[in-house]
Ligand binder design. Structure first.
Ligand SMILES: [Zn+2]
Length: 111
């Protein structure tokens, strides 16, 4: 990976973290508890609770991804082996790193 690619990847990761953080903030607003006397029917209350369940798991998935991306950002800076497959040592193609910066394995080993 050359310096330009490293820069590009770094920007991409930071961008991704920003987007995810914003998404988490928005999702958090939707999972605020529904007031029991809110003027919505029983069915829409169930519906809301169902959606909240989905949103809560999206939040934890996003937080998990943010952690992995932050980790990738640190490794990109510190780890001389960043971008190499941890299983077989092959170079992970740049396109794969851009699409999935937190990946530690090449396509073959990831399967
Ligand atoms: Zn591999």
């Amino acid at each position: 990976m050359n310096d330009d690619q490293k820069d590009e990847l770094m920007k991409k990761i930071k961008n991704e973290i920003e987007n995810l953080t914003r998404m988490v903030e928005e999702l958090k607003e939707t999972v605020a508890p529904v007031a029991p006397d809110a003027a919505i029917g029983r069915l829409s209350r169930l519906d809301t609770m169902l959606n909240q369940g989905i949103n809560k798991s999206s939040i934890s998935q996003s937080l998990d991804r943010i952690m992995k991306l932050e980790n990738a950002l640190t490794r990109l800076d510190d780890d001389p082996f960043f971008g190499e497959c941890q299983e077989c040592g092959a170079k992970i193609p740049f396109a794969r790193l851009i699409a999935l910066p937190e990946s530690r394995f090449c396509v073959n080993c990831a399967e």
